[in-house]
Design a protein around this ligand. Structure first.
Ligand SMILES: Nc1ncnc2c1ncn2[C@@H]1O[C@H](COP(=O)(O)OP(=O)(O)OP(=O)(O)O)[C@@H](O)[C@H]1O
Ligand SMILES: [Mg+2]
Length: 310
């Protein structure tokens, strides 16, 4: 057993009548990169604020490396880095001054605070802007400052609330690389609205809605819940004709024509790709595209959070 762990036990947060987080229980261990998914208002940020000791739970508890986040808040916080939603506070402070301030509040003094701040500046590629007030930085740089303060004390548990939200594609890529580089010996929890991000970064995914845990699975397991999993999609001339021919296949359960694409869904356990490529060849259909579907995460997300079948 590793000493690295997060354990949430019936964690709840009520705001008056509103139940933002409703008896959430889960455990996370070393090497896990957990993606937190859920619609707006699902309770992701509230859960992260409780885990990081910024918000007391209404009921339940959580342990970080065995330290209770309420009873032993300081010890729990010491092993954690937290990137809150949005931009870091203290916008009027220059980057280096802010990071030195954070280093001191993390217990580094004098020279070591300066050294840690400089190291964080290096790691997050902030060396072109150390004297610039944070509020005058672009979104991407602000996010890097946020990440710099989160990792400054080299925590083994990282809680990142929408780390790539609002960044351009290059910066998204850069932040994902950074997170991936750090992930091997840590626990990382990331909230995101970008479903592909879960596939790119995480080895576990949780979907929450209305403060409740709905799904806890691997990204592959999540995608396999899609009704598109193992389906075959074609773009072909005369699709109606092809659809009616393909619906005769014993392996096909259903054929759908949507927005110019023809999708064939397999019967339980049946493999479609080979029989369909054979049929295409035999009939000389004019196919411009043919693909085996892994599944569609957006559809799984909708299905799980709204009970909707597309
Ligand atoms: N301080 C507060 N007072 C009252 N209600 C709050 C407070 N903070 C959050 N809430 C409510 O709690 C619920 C959960 O909010 P939370 O910010 O945790 O959701 P989220 O999953 O992070 O959403 P998003 O994807 O939009 O960031 C929402 O209904 C929100 O309006
Ligand atoms: Mg949020």
């Amino acid at each position: 057993m590793s000493d690295l762990s997060i354990e949430a036990r019936s964690l709840s947060k009520h705001y008056g009548q509103l139940i933002a987080v409703d008896q959430l229980s889960f455990e996370v261990g070393a090497g896990e990169v957990l993606g937190f998914l859920g619609p707006n208002g699902a309770g992701k940020s509230t859960t992260m604020k409780m885990l990081t000791g910024f918000l007391p739970p209404t009921a339940g508890s959580a342990l970080v490396n065995g330290h209770d986040i309420v009873e032993n808040s300081l010890a729990a916080r010491r092993c954690m880095g937290y990137l809150p939603e949005g931009a870091p506070a203290y916008g009027e402070m220059p980057v280096r001054a802010f990071l030195e301030f954070v280093a001191r509040s993390r217990g580094f003094d004098g020279k070591s605070a300066v050294r840690e701040a400089d190291a964080a500046i290096d790691r997050l590629n902030l060396s072109s802007v150390p004297e610039q007030p944070i509020e005058t930085l672009s979104k991407g740089f602000k996010r890097r400052v946020g990440l710099a303060q989160a990792i400054l004390h080299d925590p083994r548990v990282l809680i990142l609330d929408e780390p790539t939200d609002g960044l351009d594609p290059n910066q998204k890529h850069e932040v994902r690389d950074l997170i991936r580089d750090m992930s091997s010996d840590k626990i990382i929890i990331i909230s995101t609205h970008i479903l592909e991000e879960v596939h790119a970064l995480c080895n576990r995914a949780m979907i929450i809605a209305d403060g409740r845990l709905l799904v806890d699975d691997t990204p592959d397991g999540l995608i396999a819940r899609s009704r598109y999993h193992e389906a075959v999609t074609l773009v072909v001339e005369h699709p109606e004709q092809v659809a009616s021919a393909l619906s005769e296949l014993p392996q096909a359960r259903k054929v759908e024509l949507r927005e110019g694409e023809l999708t064939v869904f397999p019967r339980e356990g049946a493999k479609l790709l080979e029989v369909i490529t054979d049929a295409v060849r035999e009939n000389a259909w004019a196919v411009s595209e043919l693909r085996l579907e892994a599944g569609r995460l957006d559809e799984v997300f909708r299905q799980v959070t709204q009970g909707e079948m597309s």
